[in-house]
Design a binder for this molecule. Structure first.
Ligand code: LMR
Length: 394
């Protein structure tokens, strides 16, 4: 029977991972998949995660099922980390999910159950898997302008005029911080203007926050999400622990559905538990438990925050060094946007041909849309990349 299956297009980011892996050149540079790397190119287990795992190994005496929504203590801990009381806890329905992608998937399914004809507005560009999952679920996708190819900053006027076409019953997907794939983000005034449009149109915001702590700081990166949640009647938030806790393979995420209508919270909670049951029954617990232990233990939390801050500062430093090296060798300021962008990624803003040329000639692997993982760089590779960028005629 399976001969009827149709071949699926490969995921561009994952295909690039494989190409990098298969490239025998020792000089190759991986700026592809969004995984943090230190100066030695390693993605170590964070200190607090190791300590929590040790403690868990010593103290955990059962691995019996938690609940369909996961352990409530995890939801409480992540609610505090992301929202910090911006809305009353009792307005928030929450389920643990397999990673941030699981939260995104469950959020889309919740929307589809509530409004099968909803249009989901996504930034152009957005994380390609947003589009892929929406398409797979047969949902309506609308794109709003986001990235100005000339300035490599947010095309705010374009974004606003496109968002104004949303209506009640539609969803607007926003990146809470560290926009993936561009690295270009809204400022506080612009966020407020987006909130005003959401209130005028009645469209429901959905915030994907996968890089909290990688941009301007743990608290700073959550401010926009908190403001949106506190300002609108309903909101969805898909939070990931993959990056900021470095527990990629543990698949740890949380979906929150906020409704200021007290009756709706129970309906949201029951429906999210139902969706978990249909898709995978109980969500994974190991990563969620580690996160809960770290956030609820003063010493572990302090150590985690310190290490996360080192990671953030390291990426900021790499951005500045790359922008500076490009300024030096190009004799122009046209790459200054690299120091303005935030998070793990920057979109260089060049053609797939030039990206392919840099890969073939210099062994530099960035996503075809010219997204670079800044964390894949180090002091040795920055001059190599800068030279390749100039030689490719970017
Ligand atoms: C990325 O954008 O590279 C990450 O979110 C990893 C992924 O699953 O695509």
């Amino acid at each position: 029977m399976f001969e009827t299956l149709e071949a699926r297009p490969a995921d561009g980011i994952l295909a690039l991972m494989q190409m990098y892996h298969d490239d025998p050149r020792e000089t190759k540079i991986d700026l592809g998949v969004g995984v943090y790397k230190d100066a030695n190119g390693l993605t170590p287990v964070m200190r607090a995660v190791k300590a929590a795992e040790h403690k868990l190994w010593e103290t955990q005496d059962t691995k019996v099922y938690t609940g369909l929504a996961g352990d409530p203590a995890f939801a409480d801990a992540l609610f505090d980390l992301v929202l910090d009381g911006a809305v009353p806890r009792e307005t928030v329905a929450a389920v643990a999910t397999p990673g941030g992608t699981g939260a995104v998937r469950q959020a889309f399914e919740l929307v589809r159950l509530a409004r099968p004809d909803a249009r989901v507005f996504v930034s152009d560009p957005t994380w390609p898997n947003h589009i892929s999952i929406l398409g797979y679920l047969g949902m309506n996708i609308e794109r709003y302008r986001y990235f100005d190819e000339a300035t490599r900053a947010v095309d705010f006027d374009g974004m606003m005029s496109d968002l104004k076409t949303a209506k009640a019953g539609d969803v607007v997907l926003l990146h809470g911080c560290c926009h993936n794939p561009t690295g270009a983000n809204l400022n506080a005034t612009e966020w407020q203007a987006v909130i005003n449009v959401l209130l005028e149109t009645g469209a429901v915001p959905m915030i994907d926050i996968a890089y909290q702590g990688f941009g301007d700081g743990l608290k700073e990166d959550a401010l926009a999400t908190r403001l949106v949640a506190a300002s609108v009647p309903e909101c969805l938030i898909a939070a990931s622990c993959s990056k900021n806790f470095g527990i990629y393979r543990e698949r740890t995420g949380l979906l929150m559905a906020i409704s200021q209508d007290a009756g709706a919270r129970k309906l949201n909670q029951d429906t999210l538990a139902f969706l978990n049951r249909q898709n995978y029954s109980f969500p994974p617990d190991h990563g969620a438990r580690l996160v809960t232990m770290i956030l609820n233990d003063e010493a572990l939390r302090a150590d985690w925050q310190a290490e996360l801050e080192e990671v953030r500062q390291n990426m900021l430093g790499l951005r500045q060094q790359l922008a500076e090296e490009l300024r030096r060798i190009s004799g122009s300021d046209r790459f200054g946007f690299l120091a303005q962008h935030r998070g793990m990624f920057s979109r260089l803003g060049t053609s797939p041909d030039k990206v392919a040329a840099m890969r073939e000639k210099n062994g530099i692997y960035m996503v075809a849309d010219s997204r670079m993982n800044i964390a894949g760089l180090n002091a040795r590779t920055i001059p190599i990349l800068a030279k390749a960028i100039i030689e490719a005629g970017v």
